[in-house]
Design a binder for this molecule. Sequence first.
Ligand SMILES: [Zn+2]
Ligand SMILES: [Zn+2]
Ligand SMILES: [Zn+2]
Ligand SMILES: [Zn+2]
Length: 334
Amino acid sequence: MNTPDKICNDGASKSNDDGDGVCEMNDMLQNMSTADFNNSTDISNTCANCGKEGSNNTCNKCKSVKYCNAACKKKHRHKHKKKCDRRVAELHEEALFKQPPQNEDCPICFQLLPTLIKGSRYKLCCGKVLCSGCIYAVQMRDRDAALCPFCRTPTPTSDEEAMKREKKRSEAGDSTAIEIVGTYHDLGINGYPQDHNKALELWHRAGELGNTLAYYNIGCAYDNGRRSVEVDKKKARHYWELAAMGGDATARYNLGNNEWRLGNMDRAIKHYMISVRGGAKNSLDNIQDLYKNGHATKDDYLTALRSYQVYLNEIKSAQRDEAAAYNDDYKYMD
Ligand SMILES: [Zn+2]
Ligand SMILES: [Zn+2]
Ligand SMILES: [Zn+2]
Ligand SMILES: [Zn+2]
């Protein structure tokens, strides 16, 4: 049986401000912290080394034991290391397979934004991600006015004007704008020189600000080594995991495919299941293939089907259907 291919867009994506290009969907919540996956369970205040109460110096790796001071921590390190590593691995697994946050709602129609790239556009004027249905409806109403459907700012008419907005939003810490400018550098388009190092630097910054697509892009860079980095599959996985935990369904699809290739069908199915709920039709198709080949149960497949249907019910709207029927660039579901 053939294992599925990973998806790595070449310089993945991105939205633009004037709506003629297809923008990459930002299926993540802006400003969300993907790093904050620490366990929050209460742990005892007894020093793991000497047993003294009221200890408040936590092991900064596993965050599961406390010490009264750095000396006790150091003394106990040797004894604690194995348990610490195991706990860190457990915490990582818990965080990795937790259902991630959903897409945001479109700020105009208040319906869940679709995961599919063409189903939304990012607007540099106001920093909003708008659904294809609303973009289309306003375009029909305004005809040639070319105003942002949300904030009514005119669409930029030159690269310079667009770059000014990109700079402004980037400086304001808008992670989507930073990711986009990173992608423009990656591809050397829209007035930016091609500079892979700069692209990676910006994606790292955007990722730290909660942009999961930026982490996905970094993962792709390490996976194929076509940019300024050497191929490093371990790093690729690390960044895709960060993206997936933040809600990026494509990154999680890739992780599922990695597990499939390694023969870890249970883990593959877990990844696919989560990304199906996030709108990844390709993950649903893979669960179907695994079911046909006897690696997934009928129950797995039915659960995945139901879960995808729930997602479709959340994103489906008459206005979005009308937009998709009008132009394939507004397609919002597979
Ligand atoms: Zn102590
Ligand atoms: Zn520890
Ligand atoms: Zn909308
Ligand atoms: Zn706007």
